[in-house]
Design a protein around this ligand. Sequence first.
Ligand code: IPM
Ligand code: MG
Length: 370
Amino acid sequence: MVSNKNMLVLPGDGIGPEVMREVRRVIEWMDRRRAVSFDLTEGKVGGAAIDAHGTPLTDETMADAMAADAVLLGAVGGPKWDDLPFAQKPERGLLRLRKDMDLFANLRPAMCFDALVEASSLKPDLVAGLDIMIVRELTAGVYFGEPRGIETLPNGQRRGINTQSYTTDEIRRVAALSFELARKRNGKLCSVEKANVMESGVLWREEVTKLHGESYGDVELSHMYADNCAMQLVRLPKQFDVIVTDNLFGDMLSDAAAMLTGSLGMLPSASLGAVDETGRRKALYEPVHGSAPDIAGQGSANPLATLLSFAMALRYSFDLPDDADLIEQAVENVLAGGLRTSDIMQEGKARVSTTVMGESLVREMDKLAA
Ligand code: IPM
Ligand code: MG
């Protein structure tokens, strides 16, 4: 065994456990073929944790997450827990992980695999070869801003309040990481806000511009309003390289970008914290898709987003870029070979289950590594 890598696995709800099972298959393959061993701890999050422990994330699981080299999460939520009070909902488990681990940068790549060009809702020539990276700020903004809540006014009306708030540091750290990423890619960063209507957007634009002048003059920086960005993403997506934006705009723009690639079932994400004194950074990897309760338990979910999230863990947490490349290449090949889960099914292709997709991927990895 070359090394031990400590990973916390949180399958969560809905299709989470099904897709996570396929990751285990790949991990076993790596154990066998690459002599890379992972120490896996499994825990509960979201509805699964509510059912077992009465809370969407226990303090023990939170402590495990803080201690792990990486956390791999499936998905949270479902109709069963929809009526719970806000503070007890499954989503709160995920939000607490992000906040307490201080995972301020959420990387959401939108890459269009050649074999899926036809599955996109856009014309093939608009998405062929698409490779953009959305960096979403993940621990501030309206998701966490205070004051928040629902209050009753003296006149009996109720008022719901959330606060969009960003500090200099919150903007600068996610912008710096985005400039660094752009440097390693095609050297272009587009910063997205609504400085035309929001003071937090004005500050965002000023700070990103200042940082650019201080340290990243070699990166080509542009600015765009969020509504225009949504439009440009469906008009001419290949104009972008890296996009950096706030928590809420990032949530929406990344779903839109995901669909360009054919299916939400294909897109991975990495959420990263700051590098600490030991050179380590906290990290959580999860597919962009949700728990998909409508198809849970049927064995039809697409495991590729979760498998690609694991590949991101190999790249960003475990410094195993070759193995990450291997998984990504195997995904490309399996798709080129005509296998499709229901979400990416096309005429003339073979519809396969979650398990068959996972098994085929491992077989492809075997071939590639031979
Ligand atoms: C996402 C999801 C989450 C979010 C939900 C599940 C809380 O939509 O990761 O994009 O809004 O951040
Ligand atoms: Mg979302």
